[in-house]
Design a protein around this ligand. Structure first.
Ligand SMILES: Cc1ncc(COP(=O)(O)O)c(C=O)c1O
Length: 338
């Protein structure tokens, strides 16, 4: 890591199989654009995806604080909640998950990520969609309950998306510099495109991009939001970057114009798929043997394809698509038909 950053880097516990590899997609040739893919879906099996990179720092802090339990929250098929539950179990801690569902009195069947949550012994509390707005209070209440029972809780926010977690993608950006050597150049810019769900991955990438001066190497970063909208994520990512700069006294000077969010591809809403998004997932799988998920990577990739059809140079000479995982979501009921 860059010297100035290495001095400030907080403790990390090794959980992910990194550096991850990358390769070109034949699918890009179909579109007449070069698309390279970074396989962060290979960061692990139980721990697969982007969340484990954030968890390396979050779990290190939990261990430092001698936590006995980690608590987090998410949607019912949350990849983050599953990765947190496994990271906790692998490190000998217990996990408590607050998961959002339509009817908490009739929790969903144990399929996909839920099956894995249960398999590794996570304690699950189901909450309704209206209760989700109170998630931070519910996390605090759960922490109190654990304390009363004699445990030491550590709370991880939604998506692991805070300043500490963002170190995960700051570190990944360092890998990307090596990955893209020989591909990106000032006169051949390459954009790292990622699915944006709670902003933590984006914050880490943008911080890395600024702090490592990657504009000068012809590297750019753009997120395709899979929920909410551009103003929401410019604000959310900006806040995480601001907290990061304050906590580690690193002057990244991230401004709203540094945060490129490609809006307009949320479609039917978070975790709701349109037939054309599922068609793109099938098409990529049949062309390259790469599995995207319907909620994050498939939706973002479909958005990327639409943008490239409109303007093949929107992202420069080539795209570096970050595959952030999510495959277990395919095993939720009715996620995709083949
Ligand atoms: C597979 C996958 N990709 C992308 C994301 C989005 O990452 P972030 O929440 O850091 O924006 C998530 C989680 O939300 C995810 O599970």
């Amino acid at each position: 890591m860059h010297e100035r950053l290495a001095d400030k880097e907080p403790p990390r516990v090794r959980l992910a199989n990194t550096p991850t590899r990358g390769h070109w997609l034949r699918y890009g040739e179909k579109l007449g654009t070069k698309i390279w893919i970074k396989r962060d879906d290979h960061t692990g099996s139980e721990l697969m995806g982007n969340k484990v990179r954030k968890l390396e720092y979050l779990m290190a802090e939990a261990l430092q604080q001698q936590a006995t339990h980690v608590i987090t929250c998410g949607g019912e098929q949350s990849n983050h909640a599953r990765a947190t539950a496994f990271a906790a179990t692998q490190l000998g801690l217990k996990s408590s998950l607050i998961l959002r569902t339509d009817n908490p009195d009739q929790p969903p069947a144990a399929t996909g990520n839920i099956l894995l949550d249960r398999l590794c012994g996570a304690d699950i509390r189901w909450i309704s969609r209206p209760a989700w707005k109170d998630r931070n209070r519910l996390l605090a209440e759960e922490a109190e309950r654990i304390k009363t029972a004699g445990g030491r809780p550590y709370i991880i926010p939604e998506g692991g998306s805070n300043a500490l977690g963002s170190w995960g993608y700051l570190r990944a950006m360092r890998e990307l510099v090596e990955d893209l050597a020989g591909i990106a150049a000032p006169d051949h810019p390459v954009t790292v495109v990622y699915a944006c769900g709670s902003g933590g991955t984006g914050a880490g990438l943008v911080l890395g991009w600024k702090l490592l001066g990657l504009q000068a190497l012809g590297i750019r970063v753009a997120g395709v939001n899979v929920c909410d909208d551009k103003p929401y994520f410019v604000d959310a990512i900006g806040k995480i970057c601001g907290d990061f700069e304050e906590r580690w006294q690193l002057d990244a000077r991230v401004t709203p114009s540094d945060i490129d969010i490609v809006d307009g591809h949320v479609g039917l809403g978070y975790a709701k798929s349109r037939p054309e998004e599922l068609e793109t997932i099938r098409d990529v799988c049949r062309t390259d043997g790469v599995v995207l998920d319907p909620v994050y990577t498939g939706k973002a990739f479909h958005g990327l394809v639409q943008e490239l059809k409109k303007d093949p140079k929107r992202f420069g000479s080539a795209v570096a698509f970050l595959h952030t995982g999510g495959m277990f979501g395919l095993f939720a009921p009715n996620a995709i038909t083949v």
